[in-house]
Design a protein around this ligand. Structure first.
Ligand code: G6P
Ligand code: MG
Length: 212
């Protein structure tokens, strides 16, 4: 029934969600803001400036736009240091098999990450060639949970949204897929990702024939 699959990157294909967490934690604590895994859950799938705003909402003072930009850049520099050492061994278990199963089934394959580092990460993982289309996050006006990024991927893959399914680890990402009118496969905790149509713990449990 599906003609295309659209994957998220961070936390689905590779564990960069961990690197985003570490980089935001250092940034938050430098500003006296407490930062833990529970708070980080709200940041998954949220774009860079949006994430910073959520963190600074707990700070004791206000920040100018210039200060915000400097802090976002500082976080990104730290993040870039963390991803610079990535190799294909950082692919999560089951990721390549899931992509190859989709390819073998004749599906078009897209990537919808709001990360401006997505091209670098795909390159370091050695899987750029496995995608028919990768959304350039710089062209997206509204990040997840808005459906824009998944709709753009579908349009560029020349398929209708109802013929697509999305694969996501973030609450905001699942909302984005559902708002786009697509079937959602959640990767992670079924309680956290309750809005998904089906939830699997990780991509080793990816079973194309079960998604309908
Ligand atoms: C993904 C991650 C977020 C991150 C966002 C922007 O959606 O899940 O944690 O904030 O990308 O990433 P960037 O690399 O552009 O800062
Ligand atoms: Mg993600």
């Amino acid at each position: 029934r599906f003609a295309a699959v659209i994957f998220d990157l961070d936390g689905v294909i590779t564990d960069t969600a961990r690197y985003h967490y570490l980089a935001w934690k250092r940034l938050a604590e430098s500003q006296g803001v407490h930062f833990d895994e529970a708070f980080n859950e709200h940041l998954k799938g949220i774009d860079r400036m949006g994430s910073l705003e959520l963190i600074l909402a707990s700070a004791t003072r206000r920040y100018s736009d210039a200060e915000k930009l400097a802090l976002a850049t500082e976080k990104n520099e730290h993040y870039k240091e963390l991803i610079a050492t990535m190799t294909p061994s950082d692919l999560l278990p089951g990721a390549v098999a899931a992509l190859d199963d989709c390819r073998a089934a004749g599906l078009k394959i897209g990537l919808a990450s709001v990360s401006r580092n997505a091209f670098t990460v795909l390159d370091r993982l050695g899987i750029t060639g496995k995608f028919d289309y990768v959304v350039d996050a710089g062209t997206i006006a509204k990040g997840k949970p808005d459906p824009e990024i998944f709709l753009k991927a579908a349009r560029e893959l020349r398929v209708t949204p109802d013929a697509c399914f999305g694969v996501e680890d973030a609450v905001a990402g699942v909302s984005s897929i559902k708002a786009a009118g697509m079937y959602a496969v959640g990767v992670g905790d079924p309680q956290v990702l309750a809005a998904a149509d089906i939830v699997i713990p990780d991509l080793t449990q990816f079973r194309l024939e079960q998604y309908k």
